[in-house]
Design a protein around this ligand. Structure first.
Ligand SMILES: Cc1cc2nc3c(=O)[nH]c(=O)nc-3n(C[C@H](O)[C@H](O)[C@H](O)COP(=O)(O)O)c2cc1C
Length: 427
């Protein structure tokens, strides 16, 4: 009976309290809606960066005011023939050239959690990447996608890995990912030390939150929509990291002191040789995430035999002052050559940013905060809205510049987007 009443209450609560995301027309508006719906601690966790947040700001600014578009007119590209399909990792066909980046703790944003992102990724014909610190397990993601894979069109699943100190935890994580049909391992290497996230320190943010904190409770009262949803999820332990659910000691540790937890449980001295051993143990497709330098990218392909390199500074949450991925991209592309695959993330807020990244040498891009804000603003519908906005903006950019396909956008990229200085100097 209780279950029945709860199933009736959910749509009612959603209808009354959830914002109407169809009225949001840009990622900026989605971010604002997330800040309105969501608990302050949670919003700050998503939106914040490390130290002075200069890398965070610089990521987004790196896309602005450096390149001008030089569109080909009378180009014959219309909504019926524009095509955003491409291929990544050699063999994986995707309908859009963007993928949701792995993000920890999704259920804190909205109890629809990681499943919502996975389902939307499936609907948009792209891949899904699950974080080591997700609130949903590999098995749960597999079950959720299998349910939605009825048409036989399988969603490619990536498992993102932080390297645990204890070898057993690493083996366990790899085993679970393999058993659940995850095809690609994404090894994130920019979180050997935990970034100095001052907003979280100030707020005393933890996953799950500390209910004894009066300020936390006060903030709950200010955000009834988030709070009602969170209360619904509390009993089913939705907020806990799936990988730690059965380890009370580790759960307590991360709750008391996230930086200390990262220091204790992840291996900061993990090096190239260890990465090679891990890559060989995994034996399937492999991506190195968190690369900033051209020489590291070359080594990832040559020494680790990586299938792709993921240029990222963790969305400005780790090393403040780290080069913006978009600024690092041309140098890395030049060093690795044309046939190696590069994924890039950080600061992408418009479909035109996606077009620019592809034109300058990325094979695909990943989207972090815009997806998290979508979830925080309106659950699965909010994530859907983020994907819809980015896809429509990308298509419109392609139509206006005259690139019918992603291949065309990439091959004519240097003609379509030209460095502002170069044109000024030539005129
Ligand atoms: C709230 C949050 C949690 C994140 N958690 C992870 C994680 O668990 N693993 C990981 O590799 N990257 C994580 N990232 C980094 C993203 O995968 C991605 O690199 C970054 O968000 C891209 O920048 P953008 O947010 O500007 O798109 C996280 C980012 C955010 C915003």
């Amino acid at each position: 009976m209780r279950k029945f009443l709860a199933s009736l209450a959910k749509p009612l609560v959603d209808a009354l309290l959830q914002p109407n995301v169809s009225r949001l027309h840009s990622i900026n508006e989605i971010q604002k809606a997330a800040s309105v719906r969501c608990h302050k601690y949670v919003y700050d966790y998503i939106a914040g960066g490390s130290d002075d947040e200069s890398a965070l700001r610089n990521n987004a600014e790196s896309f602005r005011n450096k390149f001008d578009a030089y569109p080909f007119v009378l180009n014959g590209v219309g909504p019926e023939n524009v095509c955003t399909k491409t291929r990544i990792l050699g063999t994986v066909e995707v309908d859009v050239p963007f993928i949701p980046a792995p993000i920890a703790g999704n259920a804190m944003f909205h109890t629809d959690g990681e499943r919502a992102v996975a389902r939307v990724a499936k609907r948009f014909g792209t891949t899904y990447a699950l974080s080591t610190l997700a609130t949903t397990s590999c098995e749960e993601i597999k079950a959720c996608l299998d349910e939605n894979d009825g048409d036989g069109d399988k969603t490619h699943k990536m498992f993102q890995m932080y390297v645990w100190n204890e070898g057993e935890l690493v083996d366990e994580a790899l085993r679970k990912a393999k058993e659940s049909g995850f095809e690609t391992l994404v090894l994130t290497v920019d979180l050997t030390w935990f970034g100095n996230r001052e907003r979280d320190k100030r707020n005393g943010f933890s996953i799950p939150p500390k209910l004894s904190d009066p300020k936390f409770i006060y903030e709950c009262l200010k955000k009834p929509c988030w709070t009602v949803d969170a209360v619904r999820g509390w009993k089913s332990r939705t907020f806990e990291y799936a990988a730690l659910r059965d380890d009370t000691k580790l759960m307590e540790k991360q709750r008391d002191d996230m930086a200390g937890f990262v220091r204790d449980v992840f291996n900061p001295t993990f090096d190239w040789e260890d990465a090679k051993a891990l890559r060989e143990k995994w034996g399937k497709k492999f991506i190195l995430k968190g690369v900033h330098r051209a020489d590291d990218a070359v080594k990832a392909f040559e020494y680790l035999k990586a299938d792709a390199v993921w240029i990222s500074n963790h969305g400005g949450r780790q090393l403040d002052g780290a080069v913006a991925p978009f600024d690092a991209l041309p140098g890395i592309r030049k060093a690795v050559g044309e046939d190696k695959e590069l994924i890039i993330d950080g600061g992408i807020r418009r479909g035109s940013d996606i077009a620019l990244a592809l034109a300058l040498g990325a094979n695909a891009v990943a989207i972090g905060k815009p997806v998290a804000f979508g979830l925080a603003a309106g659950g699965e519908k909010g994530v859907e809205r983020t994907f819809t906005i980015l896809k429509e903006e990308l298509e419109r950019t392609m139509g206006l510049v005259g690139a019918r396909t992603i291949a065309e956008l990439r091959s004519k990229g240097n003609e379509i987007f030209v460095k502002r200085e170069r044109l000024r100097n030539s005129s």
